[in-house]
Design a protein around this ligand. Structure first.
Ligand code: UT7
Length: 331
């Protein structure tokens, strides 16, 4: 990083996962599938979905409040809120970050959403880091989360089984202030030629929602899983390798990857010869929560004492866009 910029660290963290757990057998009433197929192909045993009376912003708010409490920072002192999501409360307007800003009482904060699907948290982390690194802001709240259960088609067996709801948040500060979670490096990428592989094909501003679209369900999430599978394996492997290039492997505390699919993570781990215990996996209980998955996994690793002070944490994510991102932190 440019030496005139300020080093940025993570002062605190928090996450929120819905209580409602949906097991694999739930799907057998909608289409032909089995617990065995889902477990074997994805590693998912259950996912958490919002209850009917809960909103995505409820999770984003709870994660943010926990994060501020852990950071010891008052909501009025937050300068900026960046929320990464593709499944906020509304269809893009207003930004759900503004709803969170009001809920937590961060009345002095600017707020906006960004979307880079499963890579969203890493994009948001990178954007937030710039505001702190330039000295523009001192407290930037970065949230990644999804209410994907609200945008899937329950009858589409290629997507409905995979996705879950959840959210995590971190507070960025100058590293000098918080003395932990130093963000050493971030890399981001995109390839729009793969845009059609994971998409809500119809019902955007390109084409207004019609009764036909509603009955087809093509305003909901569709994924050509097989087409992106190989790409996901190689990208996740490359991102983890990028983060560790020139680093002593002994320095690695843990890899916190996007919980894309357990098989993809296991293949990447084996290709890099990493000990399996160095790659955190929680997809079995939460499913793939897209922008929520990296921050939720980070929170769990920190709470479980899996991150050693002074050692490296690697984050890697891949998703719709197509987009990808990696980060190396020194805790
Ligand atoms: O996080 C964002 C980025 N996402 C990704 O990177 C997703 C990457 N892809 C995947 O995780 C996997 O492709 C899936 C888990 C989505 C699917 O697993 P797969 O091993 O790639 O299965 P497939 O799509 O190749 O389907 C194999 C067969 C098909 O039947 P035929 O054509 O061989 O007769 C599917 O119709 O399995 C069938 N199938 C199912 N069977 C039972 C697809 N979904 C299901 C299901 N239950 N839920």
């Amino acid at each position: 990083m440019n030496p005139s910029l300020i080093d940025v660290g993570i002062a605190g963290y928090g996450c929120s996962i819905p209580e409602r757990s949906v097991d694999n057998n739930y799907f057998t009433r909608f289409f032909e599938t089995s617990d065995e197929w889902i477990m074997q192909r994805t590693g998912i045993q259950a996912r958490r979905w919002l209850k009917d009376d809960e909103k995505p912003s409820d999770m984003f708010t709870a994660a943010s409040e926990r994060c501020l409490e852990k950071s010891g920072v008052n909501a009025e002192d937050v300068d900026l809120i960046i929320l990464a999501t593709v499944s906020g409360d509304h269809l893009g307007v207003p930004a759900t970050a503004c709803i969170v800003q009001d809920n937590i009482g961060a009345k002095n904060a600017a707020a906006f959403d960004i979307q880079a699907a499963c890579t969203g948290f890493l994009y948001a982390l990178s954007v937030g880091r710039q505001f702190v690194a330039t000295g523009a802001y001192k407290n930037v709240l970065v949230i990644g989360g999804e209410g994907l259960s609200r945008i899937i088609d329950i009858y589409d067996r290629g997507t409905s089984i995979i996705f879950g709801d959840g959210a995590g948040a971190v507070l960025l500060q100058p590293h000098e202030t918080c003395q932990q979670g130093l963000i050493e490096d971030i890399t981001l990428g995109a390839d729009g030629a793969g845009a059609q592989f994971i998409t809500r094909p119809r019902g955007g501003a390109m084409e207004q929602i019609t009764p036909d679209i509603l009955s087809e369900g093509t305003h909901q999430l569709r994924m050509k899983g097989r087409e992106v599978y190989r790409f996901a394996v190689s990208r996740m492997t490359e991102l983890m390798a990028w983060a560790m290039e020139g680093q002593d492997p002994e320095e690695l505390s843990i890899v916190v990857p996007h919980q894309v699919n357990k098989r993809i993570l296991e293949t990447a781990t084996a290709k890099l010869d990493l000990p399996p215990e160095k790659v955190y996996i929680n997809i079995d209980k939460y499913g793939n929560t897209s922008a929520g998955s990296v921050p939720v996994a980070l929170c769990e690793c920190l709470d479980a004492g899996k991150i050693e002070k002074g050692k490296l944490v690697v984050m890697a994510a891949f998703g719709a866009g197509l987009t990808w991102g990696g980060a190396r932190l020194r805790w």
